[in-house]
Write a protein that binds this ligand. Structure first.
Ligand code: FMN
Length: 345
């Protein structure tokens, strides 16, 4: 951690996107020794065997450049993307901002992507790891839901699971897919996919927003339970600025520490509204084993993080693995699955 605090001061001199590029290029070159694994952290979710529940969230490795290197750092799985059907540049720069006093980030990248073809070719080279693909829609698409169907068909034989990201706040109109009729249209199209479209039964997850209001959230949970969706990711970034101390006026999605409470409350509601019947991935503001544990007790079978890694460095992953195993054992659990949702009444 001491070494990383020095490195972080250096990296924080640069624009966040430049620092990120430096890290991605560095990760491409390193050979990391596998970290210790803990039996208590192993689980089977959506039919996949996870060595530990900690995943790198979408957005870090948008174009599948370092997915396997991230797993070698200690992640149990990695989620590539968001990828759009056609390549697109995203929003004008600057579009990523650090809120250091909050240990947070605001981004309005707007799905900068190399596109489906390039990313699929990179994914094909990765063996023996759980790598999910997070798919999106092109900004100028005439029908967002068609882009998702295209993505499911395109990646169903290449990725370990597919995430439908309808919760990014940075593509105008995208979040409307989470609501009522638009959601029905999307889920109906997914339900209509036949065996010829899904050559292998690849789990399909939906990533949702922490800002979705209770009525809409209940509706979504109901609909999802009777659909072909296998799980939910809770949550994407928030548009709320209620919990920050920084004086930032930047538009975009907020991630990191201030998102923890909002996304964990949303996670608890989703666990309740789905009766614990659907596997959930808890994301938002995780920067310690204690917070990872809280997500699990709030209903998450797996967790993901991004901003915590930027502020705490790669030792965080080792730390969460080790201390989460200790916390579970301290509380008498033989396996992580036994602790899922225990704090949701
Ligand atoms: C710079 C940045 C880019 C992101 N890009 C994506 C993305 O392309 N797709 C997506 O589903 N989520 C994206 N996210 C959201 C993260 O996957 C995650 O849901 C969110 O940041 C909350 O987790 P955290 O607080 O651990 O960062 C991005 C987050 C950040 C900080």
């Amino acid at each position: 951690m001491f070494f990383y605090s020095l490195l972080r001061s250096l990296l924080f001199f640069f624009d966040p996107e430049i620092s990120h590029r430096i890290i991605i290029n560095y990760l491409k070159t390193i050979k990391v020794k596998k970290i210790k694994s803990y039996k208590v952290l192993q689980s089977n979710v959506f039919g996949l065997n996870f060595t530990n529940p900690i995943g790198i969230a979408a957005g870090f490795d948008k174009n599948a450049e370092v997915a396997h290197n991230l797993i070698n750092l200690g992640f149990g799985f990695s989620e590539v993307g968001t990828v759009t059907p056609n390549p697109q540049p995203g929003n004008p720069k600057p579009r990523v901002f650090r809120l250091k006093d909050d240990e947070a980030i605001i981004n309005r990248l707007g799905f900068n992507s190399d596109g489906f073809n390039v990313v699929k070719n990179r994914l094909k080279k990765i063996d023996n790891h759980i790598v999910g693909i997070n798919i999106g829609a092109n900004k100028n698409s005439r029908d967002f839901s068609d882009d998702y169907i295209k993505g499911i068909k395109f990646f169903s034989t290449t990725a370990s699971y597919i995430t439908i990201n309808i919760s990014s706040p940075n593509t105008p109109g995208l979040r409307e897919l989470e609501v009522l009729d638009n959601l029905d249209v999307l889920l109906n199209k997914i339900n209509d996919l036949g065996a010829e479209d899904l050559l292998i039964k690849t789990p399909i997850l939906l990533k949702i927003s922490p800002d979705l209001e209770t009525d809409h959230l209940k509706y979504l949970c109901d609909k999802v339970l009777s659909s072909k969706i296998d799980g939910l990711i809770v949550s994407n970034t928030t548009l709320s600025r209620n919990s920050i101390v920084s004086n930032s006026k930047e538009d975009g999605g907020l991630s990191g520490r201030p998102l923890f409470k909002i996304s964990t409350n949303q996670l608890k509601k989703v666990y309740k509204y789905t009766d614990g019947k659907l596997p959930l991935i808890g994301v938002g503001g995780i920067d310690s084993a204690e917070k990872a544990y809280e997500k699990i007790k709030s209903g998450a079978s797996l967790i993901q993080l991004y901003t915590g890694l930027v502020y705490n460095g790669p030792d965080l992953i080792k730390d969460i693995n080790k201390n989460l195993a200790l916390l579970l054992q301290r509380d008498g659990y033989n396996n992580i699955a036994e602790a899922v949702g225990v704090e949701v009444s």
